[in-house]
Design a protein around this ligand. Structure first.
Ligand SMILES: [Ca+2]
Ligand SMILES: [Ca+2]
Ligand SMILES: [Ca+2]
Ligand SMILES: [Ca+2]
Length: 445
């Protein structure tokens, strides 16, 4: 522990916080403490910068969810907060279920979840071929709901709206859906020929009053086979993508330069806008490449020019590189893929360790039951230390199935309870239908 303490700010207050964290961990994990102290790597687990308060599982018949989820629906494969849709003062969610079969096999669906402040679902509204007033015909294999994101109020009616992607080659589209306060569709705008195998809201980076989006295309052959790419999208007053404004970043494009190899799948399923963490005028954004390094996975930390949004500098985080001391596995997975898939999903998590720098939540969903990680970042984009959240670590005592793929999707909720705790949503397979785990963290800072 001494070396860990030494690398941090040495204020007495800060040390006492770490001691509290360490004491909390020791009290709650006494069974593991003997082996935890053996090698340096697990010191990170002792440095927990939060108290694990509780978690809620949302799946068929659990956590207040009354929905007809079926095996393979992939509920929770992507999710985001959308603000308070029904005006009851509690944040609401959008959840993708891209393999839902309403109308056609794998046509897809999304659910608007109206939340209670304890993290349980109060009620829900499905949007699909058959429900929610969605005047659109989704075809077999459209995978509507592959990517979802809250975009704020795009049509100025006071009700937050959502972005939803469909990815099949017969209907590659980005839908901006303007919601009614009951979660049904008021109307929608379809942007065609947009590929978004992942979708992330990144805040209003061009300062035009509308939240901007990143569409992830990990299968892109830009610069080489399946090296992957992202597209930063800007939309106008009519919820349409502004033609000519899209910023394409990948191997040899958008200032990225070199570093990607074939089959890295840069872009993954999500990116995380961290803001200007080093205060030099560029915007730091994390982008995964989940099949990089033989399947172990990696995260690229990009610094984007604040005007062109092209990459000015970048840094790679993976096993043993730039401060990430975790061991990632290379084993074959039950679905035939290889490796841990670190960086498949991620979100910015605010400043959990209280050092003034935004921290990054990510995961390795193909390692054991799936691992979540909180990466505590330095201003130079490297990892200072990290906490791991799994079935056996992180203090939550999660109940996961062996092939749950916990943390395959991640989104930041914030203070849902209104008591200073932070809620973060993690997707998993659960009983096969898909599941959402809401974890409540109390930062110790
Ligand atoms: Ca609400
Ligand atoms: Ca609206
Ligand atoms: Ca904008
Ligand atoms: Ca921090």
């Amino acid at each position: 522990m001494i070396t860990v303490f030494y690398t941090f700010k040495k204020s007495k207050l800060f040390l006492s916080m770490i001691l509290i964290a360490f004491t909390f961990f020791s009290c709650n994990n006494s069974d593991d403490s003997t082996e935890e102290i053996i090698d340096d790597e697990v010191i990170n687990d002792d440095a927990m910068f939060y108290q694990a308060e509780s978690f809620v599982t949302i799946e068929n018949g659990l956590g207040g969810l009354d929905a007809d989820l079926e095996f393979g629906d992939r509920f929770g494969r992507d999710h985001d907060v959308i603000g308070d849709v029904d005006g009851d003062g509690v944040i609401d969610y959008v959840i993708g279920a891209r393999s839902d079969d309403d109308g056609e096999v794998d046509a897809g669906a999304v659910y608007i979840l109206f939340m209670n402040s304890d993290g349980s679902v109060s009620s829900n509204q499905k949007i699909s071929n058959l429900e929610g007033g969605f005047n659109e015909t989704l075809l077999e294999g459209n995978f509507f709901g592959y990517g979802v994101a809250g975009v704020g109020d795009y049509n100025d009616d006071g009700i937050p709206d959502i972005a939803v992607s469909a990815t099949n080659s017969t209907n590659r589209a980005l839908y901006i859906i303007h919601l009614n306060s009951d979660g049904t569709v008021k109307n929608f705008v379809k942007n065609s020929n947009i590929i978004a195998q992942g979708l992330s809201a990144i805040g209003d980076i061009n300062n035009d009053g509308r939240i901007d989006l990143v569409a992830c295309e990990p299968s892109s052959d830009l610069g080489g086979t399946s090296r992957g790419a992202i597209n930063i999208l800007f939309l106008d007053d009519d919820s349409q993508v502004v033609s000519g404004s899209t910023v394409n970043i990948g191997s040899g494009s958008g200032g990225f330069g070199e570093g990607l190899e074939d089959n890295d799948q840069f872009g993954g399923r999500e990116v995380a806008m961290l803001g200007d963490i080093d205060n030099d005028g560029t915007l730091e954004m994390a982008v995964g490449a989940f099949t990089s390094d033989g399947g172990k996975g990696a995260i690229w930390m990009l610094s984007l020019n604040s005007t062109t949004f092209n990459v000015e500098s970048k840094l790679k985080i993976t096993e043993g590189l730039n401060g990430f001391t975790e061991t990632l596995d290379l084993e074959e997975n039950p679905n035939g893929t290889f490796g841990a898939h670190f960086g498949h999903a991620m979100c910015a998590a605010g400043d959990i360790d209280g050092d003034g720098i935004t921290d990054l939540v990510t995961g390795a969903n193909q390692q054991n039951e799936g691992n979540g990680y909180i990466l505590y970042l330095n201003a130079d984009k490297t990892v200072k230390t990290f906490d791991k959240i799994s079935a056996t670590e992180g203090g939550f005592d999660l109940v996961l199935d062996p092939d749950d793929r916990f943390a395959r999707s991640i989104s930041y909720v914030g203070d849902l309870k209104g008591d200073g705790s932070i809620a973060i949503n993690f997707g998993g397979i659960g009983p096969g239908t898909g599941a959402l785990y809401t974890l409540f963290f109390r930062p110790i800072n």
